[in-house]
Design a protein around this ligand. Structure first.
Ligand code: SF4
Length: 273
């Protein structure tokens, strides 16, 4: 019997986990198992980078909400944070030029009997056009081809087209008016930009519905056949897929912080079920 509770809240992280390994999805989101294995070595360095990455997102959010850059720069205390912050403050020195800003926006929409939810770093709207910004603190700049097929790229653009009309005076954004930019804090002049259009929207909708149908009907969540995925997975010992973690430098994105939705659900803009 399928164990998914309805309505289940899907996110780009949970769908990416399912895509990478169905068993990981089951362990993390259905069995809610916290397994004590570390995801990447060396542990202290990896944890520090993840903590700095989270704090950088807080600084960016506070800046976009109007706090002065000079005050925030004093909080960027570690070498990584200081470098990321300087790059950010230089690149986005006049944020109002981007349009009307919606930092940390949360959008949600029904999908089948469930819900799809995303928390955005920033949505900027100008003249009926919307740009999704996502800050990444990767140590290596990923290839655009790799970012293009991430669930995040698909889910974020799809949700904005599907459930973002309140950000556009009540009119849905045409898919052609949406773009998504990943801005890399260590590579500030090399962002990745992904445009959107109606055919991609249709394709994403069909793919997401198919995935949700599949997850909702599965009885057995198989272990991935790609054991490379296990090197950076917290459930290695649970699955008998080795005990040593991979080096974080080899797989930063694999070890990216899992979304924990510290979200006030009353504030979520959601189209009606
Ligand atoms: S260790 Fe490997 S098989 Fe087990 S959940 Fe993680 S990725 Fe999947």
């Amino acid at each position: 019997m399928n164990k998914l509770s309805a309505p289940f809240t899907f996110s780009q992280s949970s769908l990416q986990d399912y895509f990478d390994c169905p068993r990981r999805f089951e362990l993390r989101y259905i069995e809610k198992l916290d397994w004590p294995a570390v995801e990447a070595e060396p542990v202290a360095e990896n944890e520090r980078r993840m903590a700095d990455g989270n704090f950088f997102h807080r600084l960016a959010q506070q800046f976009l909400l109007g706090l002065p850059a000079e005050k925030l720069s004093k909080l960027a205390a570690s070498p990584d944070l200081s470098r990321w912050w300087d790059n950010f403050a230089q690149t986005f020195s006049s944020p109002s030029d981007l349009g009307s800003l919606h930092p940390e926006a949360v959008l949600s929409a029904p999908i089948r009997n469930h819900r799809l939810l995303a928390k955005f770093d920033l949505i900027a709207v100008r003249d009926g056009r919307a740009t999704i910004y996502d800050w990444k603190t990767y140590h290596k700049r990923p290839k655009d081809e790799w970012m293009a097929i991430r669930m995040q790229t698909k889910v974020y653009r799809y949700l904005l087209a599907h459930a973002g009309s309140h950000l556009n005076s009540g009119q849905p954004f045409a898919p052609e008016s949406i773009q998504m930019i990943y801005w890399y804090a260590d590579f500030p002049s090399e962002p990745s930009t992904f445009h959107y259009d109606a055919s991609l929207f249709k394709r994403d909708e069909a793919m997401l519905e198919k995935l949700v149908d599949e997850i909702s009907s599965l009885e057995t969540f198989e272990l991935t056949g790609d054991e490379g995925k296990c090197r950076f997975c917290a459930y290695r010992s649970c699955c008998n897929r080795g005990v040593g973690a991979g080096d974080w430098k080899d797989a930063e994105a694999e070890a990216e912080v899992h979304e924990t939705f510290d979200i006030n659900f009353e504030q979520i803009a959601e189209i009606a079920f």
